[in-house]
Design a protein around this ligand. Structure first.
Ligand SMILES: *Cc1c(COP(=O)(O)O)cnc(C)c1O
Length: 586
């Protein structure tokens, strides 16, 4: 805890309820405030309407019966919930979830009670405004252009990723439709690759120059008309056998990518994984190779994705290098690719960029990756992970208005398509304001900067680095994945020369034992050779392991809980975890 001063550590303790509900009296007072305010708000909206529930009503036996019954069943619900996983505890180091922060909890609760629906201004007045401001805070956090960036909250990273594919498809479909129209009418000489990546500037220029009516492009659109017919036109016009676009996504991807690609009708074949390098990150050389391969096969590129904080290992892909490559194609060949950064997990590490000491906790390459997120065409963030916000809260952010476009739909019962009426542009219909309010209050009170959340996340990385050291020292034959960039760590125990299947079996055993007695909650992950071959080969060679299996099983620990390294309780969590592991291993 050398880098965190006492004052900062104490500030951090005010951000959360505490494992023993230490801040309970104060939290209770704030919750009371929220409810009092809610009651008063109701009373003062239409004060002359009179009471609908009278004192007499409340004495009615039926009334009393149902109320007592509710009390009873509420207790039974609370009793049931006692069996829930204690995610708040520093002993929970399993998945990418932990204690929720107090501003997030209070903000969520305050908005929940008003229950606005951010689908439209007809059902949400303040909620929509809060959402716009909260998105601005996130835009500022990643350093993107505040005046042009757009976005909204989603139910999570999966939906945000699918929304990104939806938007990339909109751009590609428009460009390709225009290209097909132009070539068919002898207005330009373009091939399918040049058409599909022409970019909006060129698109606008062609439209203006030839006074083209957008409606006339419809018959060449795979989205707005019949895709089978449109493909026939593409084949005729470009004299090719069009097989559709491909999505280039690194093999370390989240499973949401396959869902999105197939859901939007591309077929799983359109999913082209980018190989991983020896550190398990997106291999830039292979990305370049795949781009050229796609070009040679007349397959446009729907999008290129890089991942900031992989779900398995918490690794940062070289976002800056992908960005440079994309920029290079733009400048030299006028080829516009859509670059999406899936920063569902890692995006919040941008908060520590503003502090020299905190920056040192990440490698220079990872700092560059974080600093390049802002250049992406679209970005996924998950406040319900490192934002310490309650579920369900994800976010999609795009560069500008144009990037925000999707095919338009109309609903006669919802009026208004102006500012604040996002339903035309969101995949989901009804949407809560709770996530936005949680994020808003967090940004206002703790701050999405180096002093606020940056400290929380810096502490989590320090704690993880510390735990790695202790694991290495205290557990015989313990091997840690060296490339876990953030607050995730993965390890296995492997005596020299052991066959991999035995190592994997041991990892499974450790996981099962720890899960059974529930003294700690860890997770496990299985890395396949088909995705991680280079990295696993090198990793296993450190103990001269013998490969007789097609995957590597690791114990995975995610250090998000701010109190894991606390010195003030009766327990030292690191030591307790090591003791438990030593017991299980022997
Ligand atoms: C968690 C995660 C997702 C999916 O987010 P959900 O909120 O679970 O839908 C996508 N990508 C990455 C990298 C993630 O870590």
């Amino acid at each position: 805890m050398s880098k965190t001063s006492l004052a900062e550590e104490l500030a951090l303790k005010s951000f959360f309820l505490g494992p023993m509900a230490e801040n309970a009296p104060w939290v209770k007072s704030q919750i009371d405030e929220i409810f009092s305010h809610w009651f008063d708000w109701r009373k003062h909206q239409f004060p002359f309407d009179g009471k609908c529930i009278t004192t007499q009503n409340k004495k009615n036996p039926e009334f009393i019966h149902y109320r007592n019954n509710l009390s009873k069943e509420l207790l039974s619900l609370l009793k049931k919930l006692e069996g829930e996983i204690p995610i708040f505890s520093p002993r929970y180091i399993g998945h990418m979830v932990s204690e929720i922060s107090l501003p997030a909890l209070l903000g969520h609760l305050a908005a929940l009670l008003r229950n606005p629906n951010n689908i439209s201004g007809e059902v949400s007045r303040v909620g929509i405004k809060l959402e716009r401001e909260a998105i601005e805070f996130l835009v500022k956090m990643i350093g993107a252009n505040k005046s042009s960036a757009k976005g909204h909250f989603t139910s999570g990273g999966t939906v945000a990723n699918i929304e990104a594919v939806w938007r990339a498809r909109y751009a590609l479909d428009h460009w390709l439709a225009l290209g097909t129209y132009l070539v068919k009418n002898n207005l330009a000489e373009l091939d399918v690759w040049q058409s599909a990546h022409m970019g909006w500037e060129k698109f606008d220029r062609f439209i203006n120059q030839h006074h083209i009516n957008i409606e006339d492009l419809k018959e060449f659109s795979l989205v707005a008309s019949n895709p089978h017919k449109a493909v026939k036109s593409i084949n005729e016009v470009f004299k090719i056998d069009y097989l559709g676009p491909v999505a280039l996504v690194p093999s370390n991807k989240h499973y949401s990518w396959l869902k999105g690609i197939s859901l939007l009708g591309f077929g799983e074949e359109a999913f082209w994984p980018i190989d991983l390098d020896i550190t398990g990150k997106l291999c830039l050389g292979n990305l370049h190779t795949k781009i050229l391969k796609a070009k040679s096969e007349n397959r446009p590129i729907l999008m290129i994705t890089s991942v900031l904080g992989t779900t398995e290992l918490g690794e940062f892909d070289p976002v800056h290098k992908v960005n440079a490559l994309v920029q290079d194609f733009r400048e030299k060949e006028n080829i516009h690719f859509w670059h999406h950064v899936d920063a569902a997990y890692g995006g919040f590490f941008c908060t520590l960029l503003g502090d020299e000491e905190e920056r040192k906790l990440l490698s220079p390459d990872n700092i560059k990756a974080l600093e390049s997120v802002k250049y992406a065409d679209s970005i996924t963030l998950d406040p319900h992970k490192l934002g310490y916000v309650p579920y369900a809260c994800g976010a999609i952010i795009v560069k500008d208005e144009r990037h925000y476009m999707v095919s338009q739909f109309t609903a006669p019962y919802i009026t208004g398509s102006g500012e604040g009426n996002l339903w035309l542009k969101t995949l989901e219909g009804s949407r809560p304001a709770t996530g936005a309010a949680a994020m808003w209050l967090t940004a206002k009170s703790i701050g999405l900067n180096a002093k606020g959340y940056g400290k929380v996340l810096a502490t989590s990385i320090e704690t993880k680095l510390n735990l790695e050291k202790i694991l290495k020292k205290s557990l015989k034959d313990c091997y840690l994945i060296p490339h876990c960039d953030s607050n995730v760590l993965c390890f296995c125990i492997a005596p020299n020369g052991e066959v991999l299947s035995a190592t994997n079996k041991r990892s499974e055993y450790i996981y099962n034992e720890i899960s059974r007695d529930q003294s700690f909650y860890v997770s496990k992950t299985s890395l396949s050779f088909s995705s991680y071959k280079k990295m696993i080969d090198q990793f296993i060679s450190s103990w001269q392991g013998i490969i007789d299996d097609d995957h590597l099983v690791l114990i995975r620990i995610v250090i998000m809980n701010p109190f894991f390294s606390s010195q003030d309780g009766k327990i030292n969590y690191s030591n307790a975890l090591i003791e438990r592991l030593q017991e299980v291993v022997s």
